[in-house]
Design a protein around this ligand. Structure first.
Ligand code: KG4
Ligand code: ZN
Length: 347
């Protein structure tokens, strides 16, 4: 399999890795969280500038730690979609430049395909088909993984992503950014049954509910109303109970849909990815439900759940081994359905 240098700059993580298939030779990640924390969320312009400032030294560091020289690198890859356009451009331009200078094939990689490949980095025996539950700050998707570049999205959120819901609820509870880890920690000491909150089911015109799609904006509004009501009554907001009830509602909602989807499609493995895969409530809920239904659930280690370049390199190495390469004229896209991954390559 080819060895690839991969760059990830789609949001607030500047990352570079050198990967051969499922083997990671080096993986460098510089998180911008402390920079964005002062604004309460990611500021796109600030993210691009930070990527520019740190990327070159990270490339040098990744090369050094991998003990590889340029002659041993078979291709250069970067995330090209979806994400913040300015941030993506920094990584993509760097990758194209390196590809030209070192005369290597260049590959643009779909960020969500990277999150799917993250599971391969810790599961050497995992092969398609399986169901991917992708839960990050920008996406909540159930994806039928059929082969490299061949994906069918079976379920999605109609509005807020799971991570976005954690971040927004944390903001309204004045807990800071990013919200997921703070709520997760606070929830450990709270009562998840303290408040009944809506799971965000999507009604179908003919009656019943959509089996795999969901919505989290109603849940966020329900937490807001709950807090306003408690404040109106002059009661102190029991933060831990609110966090635990909110977290359990999200975990239950994602678990129900993932299990139903895997069973309906006859898939016996669910691979979870994205930042929210770190959530202890989701891990507990999904593992228990999967055991009941004889399904296997895989959670990559935390460093591969959140944004990183190793997962991008793993996907690029597989594409390159199939002679999929991108044109140097490839641009960035803020949105791109996963079904269009193969449009990124000339093959
Ligand atoms: O995958 P990721 O690093 O970036 C995107 O591609 O979006 O995911 C970041 C998201 C944030 O919304 C963050 O609040 C959430 O993942 N997150 C968590 C936890 N750790 C990170 N959500 C719930 N529980 C956690 N422990
Ligand atoms: Zn991501």
């Amino acid at each position: 399999m080819p060895t690839v240098l991969a760059i990830e700059t789609s949001c607030d993580e500047t990352a570079v890795a050198i990967v051969n298939n499922r083997q990671v030779y080096s993986s460098i990640i510089a998180s911008q969280i402390p920079v964005h924390q002062q604004y309460g969320g990611v500021v796109p312009e600030v993210a691009s500038r930070q990527h520019l400032e740190t990327l070159n030294q990270e490339i040098a560091q990744a090369m050094e730690q991998s003990h590889k020289d340029w002659g041993q690198i078979d291709g250069i890859a970067a995330t090209c979609a979806p994400g913040l356009v300015g941030a993506l451009l920094v990584g993509l331009t760097a990758a194209k430049t390196l590809a030209m200078v070192h005369k290597k094939p260049f590959l643009g990689v779909h960020h969500l395909e990277g999150h799917i490949y993250a599971t391969y980095l810790s599961e050497s025996t995992l092969d398609p088909p399986f169901l991917s539950l992708l839960v990050s700050g920008g996406h909540t998707s159930l994806i039928y993984v059929k082969d490299c570049g061949n994906y069918e999205t079976l379920g999605e959120t109609r509005d807020d992503a799971a991570g976005e819901a954690f971040d927004k609820v944390a903001r309204l509870l004045k807990l800071g950014y990013p919200g997921g880890p703070v709520i997760d920690k606070l929830a450990q000491t709270g009562n998840p049954q303290a408040f009944a909150l809506p799971e965000g089911k999507i009604s179908l015109p003919g009656g019943g509910y959509h089996p795999y799609d969901g919505s989290f904006s109603g849940l966020k509004t329900a937490v807001l109303r709950l807090v306003q009501q408690l404040e109106k009554e002059g009661r102190e907001v029991p933060l831990a109970d609110v966090a635990a009830s909110f977290q359990e509602t999200i975990a239950r909602s994602l678990t129900k849909r993932a299990i139903a989807c895997a069973r309906d499609y006859g898939l016996n493995t669910i691979a979870v990815g994205g930042g929210v895969a770190a959530n202890s409530g989701l891990r507990k809920f999904l593992q228990a439900a999967a055991a009941e239904h004889n399904l296997r659930v895989l959670f990559p280690p935390l460093k591969y759940c959140t944004d990183n370049a190793a997962m991008i390199g793993c996907a690029a190495s597989d594409h390159l081994s199939r002679d999929h390469t991108s044109a140097l004229t490839l641009g960035v896209h803020s949105r791109l359905p996963l079904s269009q991954v193969m449009n990124l390559y000339e093959h």
